[in-house]
Structures are given as C-alpha cells and as structure tokens.
Design a protein around this ligand. Structure first.
Ligand code: NAI
Length: 461
C-alpha cells in the first residue's frame, strides 16, 4: 500500500516519540481528557481534518483525539512551523500527516488538500487561522460558478490553482465536503475574525466554536506562550544580545502583552505602538513607552509585529531602519510586514528562516522566517504546558460539536465558563497550586456557588 503521509524523514520518529513522552508529562489537561473519555470514545465516527502547526504539542493533541475515538488526518497551517520529528512520530503511529518544515506554498496547499482525503470523507475541521475552512468554502463557491477573481498575492494564486486542480480531479468534491462538515473549532484570533466575518455575510455553513476566546486560551497561550517563545525565536535566529537593545512591539493585545513582557524580561528596552486607546493606556501603565513606529525607526534594534493586521511594517519603514535591525512577526499571517515589496532587494540567506536584506541605502535588515510567525518558524513555538490548556479547549470543542452539533445554529460559539474553569483546574496540580474553597456564606455573599462558575460572563480577567 502506498504510504499515506508526507514527512521529512520517518527515521526521526523515535526522537519524536521521546519528546512526546516528555510533553505528555507537561500536558495534564489532555492526559486528563484521555483518562475521562478514553473508554467512552465520544469522538467515534468523527473524521477530523486538522490544520494546525505540526509540533510535538500538536502530536499530543492528535493522539488524544485518536484515543477518544476519532479518525484524524493532519496538515500544518504554516510552511515553517512543522517539527519534523513530531510529524514522523505521528506518521509512524499510522495517523496520516502531511507536513515538512520549509515546504513550498504549492506543497502547503496540496498537503491541506490531502488531509481532507478520508476514504469516507471528512466530517469535522480543527482549524488554526481558518485555512482549512477557507479551502472548502472557497472551492464550493467556485463549484457554484462564482468567479474567484484575480489573485492579489502569490499565496492566493497557489490556492486558486489548488482549487482548480481538485475540481478537475473530483467534480463536486468541495460542495459534498462542505455539506458533510458538522462543525469547526478554531484556534486563533485571526481565524476567529474570519469566522465572524462569514457569519456577518451569512456564509457560515456549519456551527463553529471559537476556542481562542476561552479565557484559558487567549489569556494564556497568546500571552504567556509568547512571553516564552518570542525571545526564544529571536535568540535561536540571531544570537543577538537582548539586554540593552531597543525593541518595538506593534500591537498590545494578548500576543503583544506577552511579547513586550518577553523582551523586557530579556533586558531589552521596549516600546509599543497601538491604535486602540485602551490597549495604548494599558501599555503605558505597564511601563512601556507608547510611540509611533515612524519615530522609533532610526533608533530601535528589534521590530516585532503582533497585530493580526496587514501592512504594519511597510517598505518605507524598513528603508528607514538602522543597519542590521532585526524584523519579525509573531501574528498569524505574513502580511503584517510588506515582505513582497522586498523581492527586488539583495537577499543573503544566513541560515534557514534567517535572511539579510540590503536596502538601497546600503543598510541591511535581518528578516526572520520571511515574515511568518517567528516563534514557530525560528523556534519551537509555545511550551507544552500552555498548549495543554489551549488544546484541552480544542478537544472539548470537538466533542461538543461532534456529539451535539445539531443543537447549534450556524454561528460562532464560545465554550461555557464552567468548561473554561475546568480547563484551568486540570492544570493546577502540575504546578502545585492550592485553590481556596469558598464556604457557603461567602459564595452566597458574592452570588456564586462554591463549585463555580466564579465570574459573570462580562468579567474580563
Ligand atoms: P488582539 O486583537 O488581542 O491584539 C492585536 C492588537 O493589535 C490590538 O490591540 C489592536 O488594537 C492592535 N493593532 C491593530 N492594528 C494595529 C496597527 N496597525 N498598529 C499597532 N497596533 C495595531 O489579537 P491577539 O490575540 O494578540 O493576536 C494577534 C495575532 O497573533 C493574531 O494574528 C493571532 O492569530 C496571532 N497569534 C499568534 C500566536 C503565536 O504563537 N505566534 C499565538 C496566538 C495568536
């Protein structure tokens, strides 16, 4: 039988398995779900397409989904984020996975397509950034005769070509697949924006769970995760001395807060840019100077985008930076930095995912991961412990949509607070946290029960 996976080197499986063993000890939420649901197998019959960074932590997620009864096929949601030993371990465990660190854009979309090819068809999506959902919905629109328009980027060109290829190979496939999907759980801020946009346009064909906005996801992974993984990425890429350097963090949302803390923790002098007065005020009161990017270009050494927005660092900004400024992005997509506008410049590859680019003035910048999220491109992403919280939410969302999807409308939902608190609770023992218990009178006094939920819906943490 032809092998049903694409990985860099299957011989890396043993190494991957050893790291998986370690990760499991740091992912108590996922392991608790295995203990709770391993026997009842609530995901039996689910055929889940995963489009999410193929890392060691994701491997523990995949094996949890399988242990709960699901059939799973997987692709990475970024061309640079795969850990090849993690992919190899998953492939060796007979889960079809299509992911190689440094894959081309053509391969990337081909791999996503392959991850949909269950013999009986996919019926669930687990998405990170929304590409799996986009692929199916865009293809179905093309099958309905809609003109997808002229591509506005190299990646869009590749997506359109991949859709055309699939339409020729299996007419009607996109529509059939769209109609079979029972629901999608979405991991990140950018993917969640896309889902709400679909609802607004009346184009979401199945229910969705916004995992990102579980408190135990965005207030932990986006923040504390980036706090550890941003500087890790910059160091592995450049080995630059962080202490004393001037760094500019663009955006002070959850990722920006973690990123600014990461750089400050390493001794850098950190400035922040923001468009939202609330986040700008938060940054100022956390002790960061809030500036305009234009005013920091000539003095800063490190520039990091965290906005989920486009064209934040533009070509004119990069031209005004000082020699050897480090430029990187930790937001989901690579359009935060105008990398396409650098194409006609002189590029010198220093090593994988690290390039030196010469500006017309002769000044050079060091660009990390070609503007793709650098904590996964230049390092190994967030540590297992925080990803356990994120992925415990993912598994709960998949169970909910698979077992009760019919009770949901085609809208975007957030998991209820008691499950959010459950995810947190599952992570306390591992780090020795002792939780105070409310007595009945105290609970009554603040209007809760001793078992929780402890906060009203509008509480912001
Ligand atoms: P958020 O919405 O909490 O924060 C983004 C902030 O950027 C907002 O405060 C917004 O006002 C600000 N902003 C928007 N445009 C701006 C501009 N032109 N200049 C300055 N500030 C601007 O979003 P969150 O959760 O922080 O996520 C940010 C991005 O990071 C998203 O693309 C998300 O998907 C991604 N992400 C990446 C992770 C990683 O490991 N690399 C982990 C989690 C999220």
């Amino acid at each position: 039988m032809a092998k049903d996976y694409v990985v860099k080197d299957i011989e890396l499986a043993d190494y991957g398995r050893k790291e998986l063993d370690i990760a499991e000890t740091e992912m108590p939420g996922l392991m608790a779900l295995r203990a709770e649901y391993g026997e009842s197998k609530p995901l039996k019959g689910a055929r889940i397409v995963g489009s999410l960074h193929m890392t060691i932590q994701t491997a523990v997620l995949i094996e949890t989904l399988v242990e709960l009864g699901a059939d799973v096929r997987w692709a990475s949601c970024n061309i640079f984020s795969t850990q090849d030993h993690a992919a190899a371990a998953i492939a060796a465990g007979n889960v079809p996975v299509f992911a190689v660190k440094g894959q081309s854009l053509e391969e990337h979309w081909d791999y996503l397509d392959r991850s949909f090819q269950f013999p009986e068809g996919a019926n669930m999506i687990l998405d990170d950034g929304g590409d799996a959902t986009l692929y199916v919905l865009l293809g179905a629109r093309a099958e309905a005769g809609e003109d997808l328009g002229i591509p506005t980027s190299e990646e869009e060109e590749v997506i359109h070509a991949q859709i055309k290829k699939r339409m020729e190979q299996s007419p009607g496939w996109f529509t059939k697949t769209r109609d079979a999907i029972k629901g999608v759980s979405e991991e990140t801020t950018t993917g969640v924006h896309r889902l709400y946009d679909l609802v607004k346009k009346g184009q979401l064909p199945f229910p969705a769970i916004n995992v990102n906005d579980s408190v135990t996801k965005s207030k932990f992974d986006n923040k504390y995760g980036c706090k550890e993984s941003l500087v890790d990425g910059i160091r592995r890429a450049t080995d630059t001395m962080m202490a004393g350097k001037v760094a500019v963090v663009m955006g002070y949302g959850d990722v920006g807060k973690g990123s600014a803390a990461s750089l400050r923790g390493a001794g850098a002098r950190v400035k922040v840019t923001e468009v939202d007065p609330i986040c700008a005020l938060q940054a100022a009161m956390d002790g960061f100077e809030v500036v305009l990017l234009e005013d920091a270009l000539e003095t800063a050494d490190i520039f990091i985008t965290t906005t989920g927005n486009k064209d934040v660092i533009r070509i004119e900004h990069m031209r005004a930076m000082k020699d050897m400024a480090i430029v990187g992005n930790i937001g989901h997509f690579d359009n935060e930095i105008q990398v396409a506008a650098l194409k006609n410049h002189k590029w010198t590859k220093i090593k994988d995912q690290v390039d030196m680019i010469e500006m017309p003035s002769g000044n050079r910048i060091i660009l990390l991961s070609e503007g793709r999220l650098l904590n996964l491109g230049n390092a190994t992403g967030h540590p297992s412990f925080v990803m356990s919280a994120s992925f415990t939410n993912q598994v709960l969302a998949q169970i909910e949509l698979w077992t009760k999807g019919d009770e949901y409308e085609n809208k975007v939902y957030i998991l209820p607070k008691h499950l959010d608190e459950k995810v947190a609770r599952l992570h306390l023992d591992r780090i020795g946290v002792k939780l105070t218990r409310l007595d009945k009178e105290q609970a009554d006094y603040i209007g809760v029960t001793p078992e929780g939920p402890f906060k009203p819906e509008h509480y912001r943490y």
